[in-house]
Design a binder for this molecule. Structure first.
Ligand SMILES: C[S@@+](CC[C@H](N)C(=O)[O-])C[C@H]1O[C@@H](n2cnc3c(N)ncnc32)[C@H](O)[C@@H]1O
Length: 288
């Protein structure tokens, strides 16, 4: 790892600006919506302990809650009449404020209460263990957040242990055939961030738990990355490498290798003059 490069994700304000642009340039949310509309209903039909008077849901790394609210409304539609208690674990205060604003906008007609935990998943685990609390949940999700935890295996194991009878854990990450996997497998050891975040499936196999995997296509327009000096292109490049100011701080040979990989298969394809990065996603549903 070259010492002048700093992880983008160590400055979360800066990271979120890149993330917002990534959402604008990618079909990430459309891909998630497709899963929520077409696959999630069947997944959540069986959750809930027999005779329970309420469903308990936990979102870990929820961000500003757009995806969470779609999930919650899908769960409620599958269990009409059953109130939902939704607990949120999200360290960024600005994201929590946005999530609360969204809740005010759209909870009309839904029977959902909220508990907000402004903290990292590691702190949530520590706090629960100190208080000897072990609240169980019917549905837990970790969406595009395992990239930031201290230990992917510990995080998956802990949250899996919080599943109620019939509970399910949903993990959403980029798929094994995504451009991110390909890029990080090739040059990730030279980036300042540890690439252990890509190993969610390996952890589940080692845990010998039962899970189903769904894979859905998604892409991201990275054409601007190849226009030198283009501000959006720089932001996207920083996002994909998790390096703050990648073009200025990466050594020339690494820069050339990354740009070459980003431009060609298997990372990307060219379509109508655009460079489309493979952002395929996997949705892993883990049983209790
Ligand atoms: C890429 S965003 C994804 C947000 C949301 N789940 C979505 O898909 O739109 C990652 C989120 O994880 C949160 N995060 C980062 N480290 C975390 C940790 N250790 N525990 C819980 N959340 C974390 C960030 O604040 C951020 O909101």
């Amino acid at each position: 790892m070259e010492s002048s490069m700093k992880p983008l994700s160590s400055d979360f304000g800066l990271y979120l600006k890149s993330f917002k642009l990534f959402l604008e340039r990618s079909t990430e949310y459309q891909c998630m919506e497709k899963f929520i509309d077409e696959n999630l209903p069947e997944v959540v039909t069986s959750i809930g302990k027999k005779g329970a008077s309420c469903l308990n849901v936990l979102g870990v790394g929820s961000g500003s809650g757009e995806v969470d609210m779609k999930i919650l409304s899908k769960i409620q539609s599958k269990h009409p009449g059953l109130p939902i208690h939704n607990e949120v674990v999200e360290p960024n205060p600005h994201q929590i404020t946005k999530y609360k604003d969204l809740v005010k906008e759209i909870t009309q007609g839904l029977n959902i209460s909220f508990t907000w935990n402004q903290m990292r998943s590691e702190e949530y685990e520590k706090q629960n263990k100190e208080r000897k609390e072990c609240r169980k949940f019917d549905f837990i999700h970790m969406i595009q957040m395992l990239y930031f935890v201290q230990s992917v295996p510990d995080t998956i194991k802990y949250f899996h242990s919080l599943l109620e009878t019939n509970g399910k854990l949903l993990i959403i990450q980029v798929a094994g055939d995504s451009g991110l996997h390909s890029l990080w497998n090739k040059v990730g050891s030279r980036f300042p961030t540890n690439s252990g975040f890509l190993g969610d499936q390996k952890v589940l196999d080692e845990m010998r738990v039962k899970y189903q995997k769904y894979e859905l296509p998604s892409d991201m327009d990275i054409t601007e990355c190849f226009i030198e000096g283009n501000e959006n292109g720089e932001r996207l490049l920083n996002f994909l490498t998790d390096v703050a100011d990648f073009r200025k701080t990466a050594p020339p040979d690494l820069k050339a290798e990354v740009l070459h990989n980003l431009r060609h298969p298997p990372c990307s394809r060219e379509e109508n003059g655009k460079i489309l990065f493979n952002n395929n996603m996997h949705f892993i549903v883990v049983d209790n």
